[in-house]
Design a binder for this molecule. Structure first.
Ligand code: DX5
Ligand code: ZN
Length: 218
């Protein structure tokens, strides 16, 4: 069975984070997507160290930290110690992505880079050999529930071509619904972030949402 989604814990009922992680463990998702927001790179705050540690200890799948923060180099050591498996920095936050990738690997995590919608994939050309994954933002980062930007399909396809045979996964993040997920996966994306319009729909059980997601992407 193939799974193609990473649930965004930002969308979970924050009073029931533990139960939600348990439930998602049972569904066999690719990895847990945990958003870290510093109120500076993005106009919002999300998940601090204690919450990340708690998620990492309960998660039976890898934990992918999507770090929407300036100075990502300051957080590598601490995120490794919290138990994160992937450290995904924003390309817009660094002039030294190669050094960052080396530091992430040296800390025992897998390096990933995220690109804002306005950042071109050609900036990744020389970096792809250092990365395990790329997150393409399909909305401006900061909030859940925004509309998917339609030019993303071409961007996914372009990155997929650039990656060629390399073992670099493409994740698409923001505004994805079941139909959009199907199209993204068709363009060469490996994993869509499961958020507000897929796994965490208002008034619907997560397992029910997951079933209809799986049905839709078949
Ligand atoms: C937005 C975050 C996303 C968000 C997903 O900055 O990075 O992970 O939770 O958004 P929706 O819920 O719209 O799919
Ligand atoms: Zn995210």
């Amino acid at each position: 069975m193939m799974y193609h989604t990473s649930p965004s814990l930002l969308c979970a009922d924050q009073l029931r984070l533990g139960e939600t992680v348990e439930l998602l463990n049972g569904l066999g998702i690719d990895w847990f997507h945990i958003d870290v927001m510093d109120g500076s790179f993005v106009p919002n705050f999300a998940f601090g160290a204690d919450a990340i540690r708690a998620v990492c200890s309960a998660a039976k799948r890898p934990v992918y930290a999507h770090v929407m923060a300036v100075n990502p180099q300051n957080h590598i050591e601490s995120f490794a110690a919290l138990g994160c498996d992937y450290f995904c920095f924003h390309l817009e936050t660094t002039n030294n992505p190669f050094r960052l990738c080396q530091q992430i690997r040296a800390a025992g995590m897998k390096p990933a880079a995220a690109l804002n919608p306005a950042t071109g994939v050609e900036r990744l050309a020389d970096l792809l050999d250092c990365l395990d994954a790329v997150t393409l933002m399909s909305v401006e980062p900061g909030f859940s529930g925004q509309s998917f930007l339609p030019f993303m399909y071409d961007k996914i396809a372009a990155l997929h071509r650039m990656i060629g045979g390399r073992p670099v996964l493409i994740e698409v993040d923001g505004g994805v619904n079941n139909e959009i997920a199907r199209r993204c996966l068709g363009c060469g994306c490996d994993i869509v972030v499961g958020g507000y319009f897929t796994l965490f729909q208002k008034g619907k059980a997560i397992s029910e949402c997951y079933q209809s997601f799986e049905e839709a992407i078949k």
